[in-house]
Ligand binder design. Structure first.
Ligand SMILES: Cc1cc2nc3c(=O)[nH]c(=O)nc-3n(C[C@H](O)[C@H](O)[C@H](O)COP(=O)(O)O)c2cc1C
Length: 377
């Protein structure tokens, strides 16, 4: 079925497919410290009331997406950044029952969940939310997380071969009326059956953050939304990256996909105040040991990057999960979002704040009205 028709069907229940020019969401509200590796006061301490409070504020603002991070252990240092946290399907079920507008995501590591289980859990959440669920597929890269399950971290490209089968089984369970057998390299399904079908037709929305060649093809061919980490923060480079992703889907697979990225927002009454906060939480109180461990786990080190570039990358990890920094007064923040939408060509931004709840409340009162006035929403 052409994607436009699929989007029209899902638009009835899922705000991801609405007509807003710039869609917004939150990222990483299910884990301790949120997206900021910092000992500054006011970062997210993970417990149910705190994660729920952030979801409710996002819902009040009509944010389209609540995207949790799939994480099984943290990154050490004095913050043990993202160590304590909530599993994402269960999180999405609880959050989905508590908010009535935003789409809730589960971020699922392929090898840790059997596809029958993944399809069935997704089906429940889609019913709980009356069609506001999305599945964010990640293949896993954090070796000690995957080894906790007693399974090997497969070679990079093979992870995506496994994901192709995993997703095929899930889509068939979601869409096929008849029972089916599936025999693949990784999965063997006898008389696959799932009822009732999810609310979203033909199936719930799917996101993926493939950045490699293999990952980008997986996303362009099978998913609805590409969640890109911008490789460069120069606007022309970012625009080329977004364009290339869209083109890959359109030209090689005849599909239209949305392209989103993650950002960290640091707002002040003046630009200086915003920059001072940035300096305080990153340079003075940053959890640099966790950042060091993270880039090492990812295999990014002085051998793969020149030292200046590596230091910059770590800074963005400390600041907000290596997102794009949006820093300044409320007016400057709106201008930057306008550029990301109109020049870079992004469909959606996931936002994080160092002081998550305070930042969101300030954004709700002062910044969102200007975003609407600017015609972005
Ligand atoms: C914005 C963003 C969010 C991501 N979220 C997660 C996550 O929650 N859990 C995880 O294990 N990996 C996550 N990843 C890693 C991706 O799944 C993927 O492995 C990475 O982008 C590299 O692409 P590749 O797998 O094609 O090499 C994320 C990546 C990006 C860019």
């Amino acid at each position: 079925m052409p994607d436009k028709k699929m989007d029209d069907l899902r638009r009835k229940t899922n705000p991801l497919f609405n007509d807003r020019k710039l869609k917004l969401g939150t990222f990483c509200t299910n884990l301790d410290y949120g997206a900021a590796m910092s000992t500054i006061d006011g970062t997210l301490r993970i417990n149910w009331p705190n994660t729920l409070a952030l979801a409710k504020i996002a819902n009040e603002m009509d944010f389209e997406a609540l995207v949790p991070v799939g994480r099984w252990r943290g990154f050490g240092g004095k913050t043990n950044f993202n160590g304590p946290g909530f599993e994402t399907y269960a999180w999405a079920a609880g959050i989905g029952a508590s908010v009535d507008k935003s789409c809730v995501f589960a971020t699922s590591h392929v090898p840790t969940v059997h596809p029958v289980m993944a399809a069935k859990q997704a089906q429940v959440i889609d019913h709980i939310t009356n069609g506001r669920f999305a599945l964010n597929i990640v293949t896993g890269w954090h070796r000690s997380e995957i080894e906790m399950f007693g399974i090997p971290l497969r070679e990079h490209d093979e992870r995506y071969d496994m994901a192709v089968e995993w997703l095929e089984v899930i889509k068939r369970l979601w869409t096929e009326e008849e029972e089916f057998d599936f025999s693949g390299r990784y999965y063997d399904i006898k008389k696959g059956y799932l009822m009732p079908k999810p609310i979203q037709q033909p199936h719930p929305a799917i996101m993926n953050a493939g950045g490699s060649e293999k990952g980008r093809h997986f996303c362009a061919k099978y998913c609805d939304i590409a969640f890109v980490g911008l490789a460069s923060h120069h606007l022309d480079d970012a625009r080329a990256q977004v364009d290339a992703y869209r083109k890959l889907a359109r030209e090689q697979y005849g599909r239209e996909i949305q392209v989103w990225t993650n950002t960290y927002v640091v707002q002040g009454q003046t630009e200086k105040e915003a920059r001072d906060l940035l300096h305080e939480y990153i340079d003075e109180k940053g959890g640099w040991e966790a950042a060091e461990n993270l880039v090492e786990t990812m295999g990014l080190n002085a051998l793969t990057f020149p030292p200046g570039v590596l230091q910059d990358l770590k800074r963005h990890f400390v600041g907000g999960w290596a997102g794009y920094p949006i820093v300044g007064t409320k007016e400057q923040i709106v201008d930057q979002m306008k550029t990301l939408s109109e020049y870079v060509g992004l469909d959606g931004l996931l936002l994080t704040w160092p002081r998550f709840e305070d930042g969101m409340r300030e954004f709700q009162s002062n910044t969102l009205p200007l975003i609407i006035e600017a015609g972005l929403r």
